[in-house]
Design a protein around this ligand. Structure first.
Ligand code: AVI
Length: 322
């Protein structure tokens, strides 16, 4: 999510796989859960709160980059272009692009939650009466085909928020290759990427004083209790988030404070004292390491912008050819 802004997953779409993924993840060694399940309604709300925290710099930095460089970004949207947003959520970021590039003809927000898409689409149609708003319900982490109505338009993808950082490096490369196949030759991709920086800044961003990131992490267990009839006692786990400098990533875990058994979908899951469930990785790149990843996935890096502190970056990539 994209949580560039919050992403939400339709329970009806995800129910079977949620159960399967939770059972598989809690049976694995070490235990893990996929971060995409953070974003139920409560999780999406908590993520929105995170984006406003004083310690959580990514959203503020990315908004500053988009505002400062809006005119340059607009060059990647030729007249009559379709803007395809991967994992849309709140429309705060795309509005900056739409305002800077008024000749964009169509906006295709792609998200698994149709409900969320419909609501945002309504508001955008009101504010941009000439714009074709074509919400498209699909899981953007898998291959999908764009609606036929944008096939003849120049296409530019938009993937803000450093959601790509929540993918393992091989998944990030696979996403970039799929995005290239979806957007087609001659397209561009504007993508937000969080940068490697001093560990104290990174650690603070995922251990905020108000405890909202901890709540966001705990909500995953609360969601498993709510939707899968589990009996996690949230008070017997603690939030652990730290920068792993060797792997250039923030790791989030939930650590068991004691030896305990938890029942999940009729199965008994045992925890040792201190044993953790690994709930999220948030990879940080350098400008060079992200450009190399993009190049290795068939994209040509054209430009990259950072905020004044050099905390966050926005890249423009091209899939060259006619
Ligand atoms: C959505 N994603 C880019 C966020 C991040 O920073 O990795 C999710 C998040 N997890 C904890 N705080 C924010």
């Amino acid at each position: 999510m994209t949580a560039q802004t919050a992403r939400r997953y339709e329970p009806a779409v995800a129910e079977g796989s949620f159960l399967r993924d939770v059972v598989a993840g809690l049976s694995a060694r070490p235990k893990r859960l996929p971060p995409k399940y953070f974003y139920d309604e409560a999780g999406a709300r908590l993520f929105e709160e995170i984006t406003a925290l004083p310690e959580y710099y990514p959203t503020r930095c990315e908004l500053a980059i988009l505002r400062t460089h809006a005119a340059e970004l607009a060059r990647y949207f030729p007249p009559g272009a379709a803007l395809i947003e991967f994992g849309s959520g709140s429309s705060r970021k795309v509005r900056i692009v739409l305002d800077a590039a008024p000749t964009i003809k169509a906006y295709v927000p792609v998200d698994i939650s149709f409900e969320m898409l419909a609501q945002e689409a309504e508001e955008l149609r009101r504010d941009h009466p000439g714009l074709m708003v074509l919400p498209f319900a699909a899981d953007f982490t898998e291959a999908f085909e764009l609606p036929a109505s944008v096939a003849a338009m120049p296409r530019t993808g938009f993937f803000p928020g450093s959601t790509i950082g929540n993918f393992e490096p091989d998944e990030a490369a696979a996403f970039l290759r799929r995005a290239r196949a979806t957007l087609g030759r001659g397209s561009a991709l504007i993508i937000g990427v969080d940068l490697v920086k001093d560990a104290s800044i990174l650690n603070a961003a995922y251990n905020d004083a108000a405890g909202i990131t901890a709540k966001f992490n705990f909500n995953l267990l609360a969601r498993i209790n709510r939707e899968l009839g589990a009996n996690f006692d949230l008070t017997s786990f603690s939030h652990h988030a730290f920068y792993n400098a060797e792997r250039h990533r923030i790791e989030m875990h939930l650590a068991s404070k004691k030896r305990q058994k938890v029942i999940v979908a009729g199965r008994s899951i045992e925890f040792r004292t201190g044993e953790t469930i690994h709930t999220e990785n948030s990879y940080k790149y350098t400008l060079a390491s992200f450009s190399a990843l993009a190049r290795g996935s068939g994209w040509t890096p054209l430009s990259a912008w950072t905020d004044a502190a050099g905390y966050f970056s926005v890249h423009a990539l091209a899939f060259e050819g006619a």
